[in-house]
Each structure stands twice: as structure tokens, then as C-alpha cells.
Write a protein that binds this ligand. Sequence first.
Ligand SMILES: [Zn+2]
Length: 60
Amino acid sequence: MELLLALLIAALVVATVSRQRNPLKVCPTCKGAGVLPSGIWSKRYRPCPRCGRKGEISTR
Ligand SMILES: [Zn+2]
């Protein structure tokens, strides 16, 4: 049980460090474009609501 807890803490530390080293990553919704294809008009694009048109999202 203690080993499991230690592994869990280690995983959390690794996740925190990797987040601090990569505070921004390409938005998976729009893949960095910042816009999404509109569902109604196939040639139109609308701003991505997740990243706010930047194409990158903060992982924090
Ligand atoms: Zn996006």
C-alpha cells in the first residue's frame, strides 16, 4: 500500500514538472489554427472557444 502511494506521488510530481516546462501546448480541438470549421457553412470558420483564437491552450 505504501509503495502504491509513493508511485502516485511520483506520478503527480512528474506531471507538475512537465506542466511547468510546457505551459502552452497546441489546442487539440483546432490543432493550432485558432479557428474551427463551422458546422453549418462548410467554408466558414469560427473562433475556437477553447483557446480563444490563439491555437494554444495553457495547461495550467
Ligand atoms: Zn483551439
